[in-house]
Ligand binder design. Structure first.
Ligand code: TMP
Ligand code: ASP
Length: 238
């Protein structure tokens, strides 16, 4: 029996299971950029991203972080808690790149004096606008207490992930996190942690090992995703 689709996004589908509190997060090979304007397929990305994400979420759980991760259902299906996703993209940056470089006219690769946290509204039609905390409170997307938690948790996850990627010879330039609320209101890390939502530069060469290879048509997209997956899998067994 195939599971019914609860929701389908650009790179993942959420499927229902017999347990009302558990969903299957199915990772697709589809890739998009620039709010869906550029579309393509990255062969095997679904499997690779599912494997990377599962191993990283398991590691974070073992370190005491609350996440939606419950296990794997297949090589591209992750079992996750059913949560209400908070409609924010929590971006944490260690090095200037991407939209930050553009917005301030500062060269990509410039180190930041401290990690920079930015919140964007998860809304493709609006082009994911940058938000201040005041916008988030005024529109009711999160409460003041929740914002304190997201800010602190984002920085804690950034510290752990920076150290983890560095142990693989990779610099964590920036990354995007999403959080969700369980039925009891507990906030947990949700979505995925993959090269789709992180900027990963090889230490020593600054070779891009993330979705910028697709966004910027740099070539060797599949090979690089596979390489990241091999490194993560060797470091973090399931
Ligand atoms: P940005 O520089 O384009 O704002 O992206 C910052 C980080 O967030 C980068 O690692 C890519 C990730 N990201 C997503 O995962 N989804 C998105 O929709 C966008 C715009 C960025
Ligand atoms: N995920 C976003 C999109 O498809 C943007 C990106 O990752 O660049 O449009």
């Amino acid at each position: 029996m195939t599971n019914e689709i609860l929701r389908e996004g650009k790179s993942k589908k959420l499927l229902i299971t017999e347990d009302p509190e558990v969903l299957i997060q199915y990772f697709k090979d589809d890739a998009t950029a620039f709010n869906g304007e550029k579309k393509g397929i990255i062969e095997s990305k679904g499997r690779v991203n599912c494997q990377i994400s599962a191993r990283i979420f398991k590691m974070l759980e073992e370190k005491g972080f609350l996440t939606h991760y419950r296990g794997l259902a297949s090589d591209r299906e992750m079992l996750v808690d059913r949560v209400d996703i908070i409609p924010l993209e929590v971006v944490i940056r260690n090095v200037v790149a991407g939209s930050l470089a553009k917005r301030f006219g500062i060269e990509e690769g410039t180190a930041l004096a401290e990690p920079l946290q930015e919140f964007f509204l998860k809304d493709d039609d609006l082009g994911d606008p940058l938000l201040t905390r005041n916008h988030i409170l005024a529109f009711g997307w999160a409460t003041n207490e929740e914002m304190d938690y997201l800010a602190a948790e984002g920085l804690r996850i950034n510290a752990v992930m920076t150290e983890f990627w560095a142990s693989l010879g990779i610099r964590l330039v920036d990354h995007k996190l999403e959080f969700g609320r369980r039925a009891d209101g507990t906030i947990v890390l949700a979505d995925e942690i993959t090269p789709d939502g992180c900027r990963l530069w090889e230490i020593g060469t600054d070779r891009k090992m993330d979705k910028d290879r697709f966004r910027r048509s740099l070539g060797k997209v599949e090979e690089t995703y596979a390489e990241v997956c091999d490194k993560v899998s060797a470091a973090l067994p399931l």
